[in-house]
Design a protein around this ligand. Structure first.
Ligand SMILES: Cc1cc2nc3c(=O)[nH]c(=O)nc-3n(C[C@H](O)[C@H](O)[C@H](O)COP(=O)(O)O)c2cc1C
Ligand code: SF4
Length: 359
């Protein structure tokens, strides 16, 4: 089988992605407690970028101190973060990949004991997993966090990110606003659940001009009363109308954790059908993710026009040269689906991978 589709470059505005493979956002907890880039992060992203993915999305990066997902996540809420990020994006670029930054606010899916701030969310409803009551954001809180995203995007661009991804998936703050599962507001942000996100896109767009924006969403949250493809198809259209240049499709929330990083028994390309469903509703490229374990499979998804780009995460964690070795028909170290990298579920402090002790 050829790999013509997965190796075809893709133009997004002024940027050319050299191929259709993406290393998606992957929160390692390898930053400093203040959210600064470390040597360990530089080593990991350098090797992954060298490994052959066309687009490497660094992060996630928290836009506000009350939105960090864990102790040592990257942050982008202060100009002091720019120097380290400059080094990171320039390294990714030098190694042959296009660098992007994922910006996020964890909303109710974190803990105040860890962030040091009260939790905030669209409504005062606890996440069923974290079980901590968040504060409902008022108008000023909403504007403050929207501005935090805008400032984060400005910093990411200044540091050299060529695309900006806004994290609206997995039930974090933006995803929480999108979903009837977590947004029970009576004001305009409840009547129009996409409004919080579309306003962020518009504000970011005004700030960073023609830098392309990726919007990541959970196309199905797999929770009772949550989002399904029927609504997320319409949401994706709204995001594109507001300025999104790419839609990235994931699934699940903390209440449906296995869908966020699906196990092998859930099936190869378990969420490709969701990306395909979203792709039918929008006229911008769509990224699929979830158990894509070979370039041949990624190629078949793209050649069948079910998605335009394929995110391959854990296989590139287990072997940073997964893409290059696959192309050269060399043996590579496989992801065994052991789940060790999901450190937060195991009470570990950061990512590790038994298949890749050098990580
Ligand atoms: C340890 C770990 C951390 C992750 N962190 C993020 C993140 O910060 N942002 C995000 O959008 N997705 C995150 N993901 C999800 C991945 O980007 C990806 O969608 C998921 O792992 C499915 O792809 P895969 O089957 O190729 O691993 C994470 C996944 C894992 C395993
Ligand atoms: S820790 Fe396990 S699941 Fe995670 S990338 Fe490594 S082998 Fe795969």
């Amino acid at each position: 089988m050829g790999l013509n589709s997965v190796l075809e470059p893709l133009d997004i505005g002024n940027i050319t992605l050299p191929n259709r493979i993406v290393f998606p956002a992957f929160q390692t907890n390898f930053a400093t407690p203040g959210g600064f880039v470390t040597e360990r992060l530089l080593r990991m992203y350098g090797r992954i970028a060298e490994g052959g993915s066309g687009l490497v999305i660094a992060g996630c990066m928290a836009v506000s101190d009350d939105g960090i997902p864990n102790t040592n996540a990257l942050r982008i809420n202060n100009d002091k973060h720019i120097t380290g990020l400059k080094e990171l994006f320039s390294l990714i670029n030098k190694k042959g990949a296009v660098p992007a930054a994922q910006l996020m606010h964890a909303g109710r899916q974190t803990s105040s004991a860890m962030t040091g701030y009260p939790l905030v969310a669209p409504s005062a409803i606890p996440c069923p997993v974290m079980k901590e009551m968040p504060h409902e954001l008022g108008k000023r809180g909403i504007e403050r966090i929207q501005d935090d995203f805008t400032e984060g995007a400005r910093r990411a661009k200044r540091a050299g990110a060529e695309l900006i991804e806004l994290h609206g998936a997995f039930g974090y703050l933006i995803g929480g606003f999108l979903s009837p599962f977590s947004n029970k507001r009576q004001d305009k942000y409840g009547m129009d659940k996409a409004l919080f996100f579309t306003e962020i896109i518009e504000k970011v767009k005004r700030k960073i001009g023609n830098t392309p924006i990726i919007c990541r969403i959970s196309a199905d949250e797999f929770v009772d009363g949550g989002l399904t493809l029927e609504e997320t198809g319409k949401i994706a259209q709204r995001l594109v109308n507001a300025g999104a240049d790419i839609i990235s499709v994931g699934a699940g929330t903390y209440a449906a954790m296995p869908h966020m990083a699906p196990t092998a028994d859930m099936g190869e390309g378990v969420h490709v059908y969701l990306a395909s469903g979203i792709r039918k509703t929008v006229d911008v490229p769509v990224i699929c993710a979830g158990n894509i374990r070979s370039l041949e499979y990624a190629d078949s998804v793209i050649s069948k026009k079910m998605a335009d780009l394929a995110a391959i995460c854990r296989p590139q964690v287990a072997d940073h040269a997964f893409v290059r070795k696959s192309l050269n028909k060399q043996p590579f170290v496989r992801c065994t689906d052991c789940g060790t990298c999901l450190f937060f579920l195991r009470g570990e402090t950061s990512v590790s991978c038994p298949q890749n002790p050098e990580l």
